[in-house]
Structure formats: C-alpha cells, structure tokens
Design a binder for this molecule. Structure first.
Ligand code: ASP
Length: 270
C-alpha cells in the first residue's frame, strides 16, 4: 500500500496501482509472483494485466513462466504494442525487451507443501472455498485515481490451484479481471476466473458506476454474479471518479486496504 501511495506522488493512478501490485508479487505472501499457486503439473504459470481509463489503454499477459513480475510485462505490452493480450512461451522475448529479469520460476516452499496436499486429495482446478481454506491470500489487484484524475487498475495472479497447464484466467483479460474507463472508474476482480470471464465482471462493475458510487457498483456487480453463477465465485474492488472506493465479495473473505482520506491513513480489512 505504502509503495503504491509513494509511486502516486507523480500524479498517476496507474503508476500507483502497478507499484502496489509489483510489491506484492515480490513479497511471496500472495497468490502471485514469488508466492504463486501451482498448476496440476506443479508448475508456476502467471497471469496479469494493467489498464488505464485514458483511451481504454491496457494489456494482459497469460501463462507467463519467465518473470515473477508479469504486471510489469503487461505494462510493457500496453506501452509498446498494439495488442491487448500476449500469452505463453514468447513472453520470454518480450520480458527481455522490457528489461525484466528473466528466470526459471520455482514454486515457493509453501506452494510445494500445498500442492502435495491437493495432489494427495486429487483436487484439480479446485473450488474457491477449498483453496481459500488452504491458501487464504489470493490474487492481488489495485485500483486508483491519481491527481491526473484518470482511473486505473492492475492485477496479478498465479490463477487457480491445480489448473490445467496453459489455462489463462480472468486476470489477463480486460473487461473481466480488470477494467478502467475515464467516464466511469476502475475495477479489479478475484475469484473463479472462468465465472468472472463469463459475466465480464470488472466491466460490469464500471458500468454500474454510471448510476452509483464505487461501493454501490461493487455490491451490484457481486449481486449480479451471485445470481448468474452462484455464490463463492468472486470479489471485486472499485474506485469511482471522485476517488471513493468500494469492495464486495460472495466468498468467505477478501483482504483489502485503502487510503482513508478523512482519517489520513491506510485502513485494512479482511
Ligand atoms: N481470478 C483468478 C483466476 O481465476 C484466481 C483468484 O482470483 O484467486 O485466475
């Protein structure tokens, strides 16, 4: 949170969101970067995306196996190509061009331990509730509006535990895991990627901000996915153009933190 806030001093919400996500990728404490969950073959495959409301610019990367910082790779794709989604082996070349450290991604000791438990129990593409019990710290995302008044979002994940190798989830896909629109606000989702993609959850949350604040939009988006696809499917964070934040989820818990302007400090909730 602090790294995001300090990166926003230049005025850009996008810089703040990316710095916050990048810090969490490096920490190894979440299901992203160094702490990512594993595929059914016990490998690390990462997804991430960035998006800014200015011109709907953004990009996602999927099935990344060459850098612990896929969010920085997504930023590079957004800034240096015309594409909005790049996946797989060739990400290695782009990571090099982006100046990122390219390396073999190793499962963390904690992830290897959880993998052994899930394999033993023969869980594949496990349900959100089971995985949250085993691994309460999930996908990471951030939304922000800087002094430039442009809403932005960034997200990064290892995806779902025991996913099929090559599977790409919502976190790589604009409109699903992430969305930002300078007329509305920004949103970022977590949960079962397949369900989030089916209802284009983050774009839906932003559309709801045309008729309500960030919290109303977050609640409506989660109400929508609960009705359409059931409970225990998703959580979402939102920010509207006035910088108000919102969060809602239909899972057991969702850790979140934000800067409270009235109290002048960071507040966290689980
Ligand atoms: N949404 C992520 C995915 O399905 C997982 C998560 O948020 O925990 O890839």
């Amino acid at each position: 949170m602090e790294s995001g806030l300090s990166a926003m001093k230049g005025g850009s919400g996008l810089d703040g969101a990316i710095a916050a996500v990048s810090f969490m990728e490096e920490s190894g404490l979440f299901n992203c970067g160094r702490g990512a969950c594993l595929t059914a073959e016990g490998k690390v495959e990462l997804d991430a995306a960035v998006m800014t409301g200015r011109g709907l610019a953004g990009a996602g990367v999927g099935d990344v196996t060459c850098t612990y910082h896929p969010v920085s790779l997504a930023k590079w794709v957004m800034e240096n190509t015309e594409h909005v989604l790049v996946v797989g082996e060739r990400c290695r070349d782009y990571a090099r061009l982006a100046g990122l450290k390219v390396e073999m991604l190793e499962p963390s000791p904690e992830a290897s331990r959880r993998f052994a438990v899930l394999k033993e129990q023969k869980h594949f593409a496990s349900s959100v509730s089971l995985v949250r019990r085993l691994d309460p710290a999930g996908t990471v995302g951030a939304v922000a509006v800087g002094s430039d008044e442009v809403p932005a979002a960034a997200v990064s994940t290892g995806g779902r535990w025991m996913k099929l190798p090559g599977r790409v989830g919502d976190s790589a896909i604009l409109g699903s895991g992430i969305f930002a629109d300078s007329r509305l606000g920004a949103a970022c989702a977590t949960g079962t990627g397949e369900e989030i993609i089916r209802v284009a959850l983050s774009m839906r949350a932003c559309e709801f901000m045309s008729r309500g604040d960030a919290q109303t939009a977050a609640s409506r988006a989660i109400g929508y996915i609960s009705k359409a696809r059931g409970r225990d499917t998703a959580g979402i964070i939102t920010v509207d153009l006035k910088g108000r934040v919102g969060a809602s989820y239909n899972t057991q818990a969702m850790g979140r933190a934000w800067f409270d302007h009235e109290r002048g400090k960071v507040v966290a909730r689980v």
